[in-house]
Design a protein. Structure first.
Length: 238
């Protein structure tokens, strides 16, 4: 079983700007409020997002990076690694595994939070191909790459020693076993999401959607009526 010890440092690895805020914004806020140090690794530059055709794609990438920085600040996160891969074209390459391994060795987290690499046929929108690739590459980076000193030898040349991540939490895993009560942090989650103005078509409706979604998740987790939650699958990777 994964360790019950409170982590001191957590790394979140996701495909796009805003993925972390939709999937785990309340959880992130709860962690930082407890004094846990959280860092983000955003894999793509988000240039395929948005709904305004007049915005050049290169400009969208800059907009989304700025939005993610603002959203992170709302949730108490200061450290963000942007890998800059093209949005919508992500694959599980050795280069991506190396780049995520690099960040893991730099951050040396007690826990990694990532997306699930398995397609969800009941909720297809969670299974964007970039999400699936990000989840698979992250799990490959956790095991075996980041812990194997002979994997990606260029990382050793950069002075980055091998590191073993004790556990992974997956957003939307097939065997959900962990529910985080986010009721006290729902407003912070919504505020973080509203920072992604280029992606939100109906900001007035967003708070209601997030409450409805959170309450449904809490109900699945057996939390009292009126509470909100986010859910994860925990994986022992020690």
């Amino acid at each position: 079983m994964p360790s019950e010890t409170t982590p001191q440092r957590i790394l979140v690895v996701v495909a796009h700007p805003d993925d972390v805020d939709f999937g785990s914004g309340g959880t992130i806020a709860s962690w930082t409020s407890e004094g846990i140090d959280v860092a983000y690794c955003i894999i793509t530059n988000g240039d395929a997002g948005g709904f305004d055709p007049s915005v050049p794609r290169w400009e969208m990438a800059e907009i989304r990076q700025a939005e993610q920085r603002a959203a992170a600040k709302v949730l108490g996160v200061e450290e963000i690694f942007f890998l800059g891969y093209p949005d919508g074209r992500l694959g599980v390459t050795l280069e991506l595994r190396r780049d995520i391994s690099r960040v893991i060795r730099q951050v040396r987290p007690d826990r990694v939070l990532c997306q699930c690499p398995e397609r969800n046929f009941g909720r297809i929108y969670a299974s964007h191909p970039d999400h699936l690739a990000a989840g698979e590459a992250t799990l490959c980076a956790v095991y075996p790459d980041a812990r194997n000193p002979f994997a990606h030898p260029e990382l050793l040349e950069e002075g980055l020693e091998a590191y073993s991540v004790p556990e992974v939490w997956m957003m939307g895993g097939p065997q959900i076993d962990t529910y985080v009560d986010t009721t006290d942090h729902l407003d912070s989650k919504v505020a973080a999401l509203l920072c992604h103005a280029s992606q939100i078509t109906d900001p007035d409706a967003l708070p209601g959607w997030m409450r409805q979604w959170g309450e449904a998740t809490a109900q699945h987790g057996g939390l009292p009526e009126g509470r909100t939650a986010e859910s994860f699958q925990r994986v022992n990777t020690a």
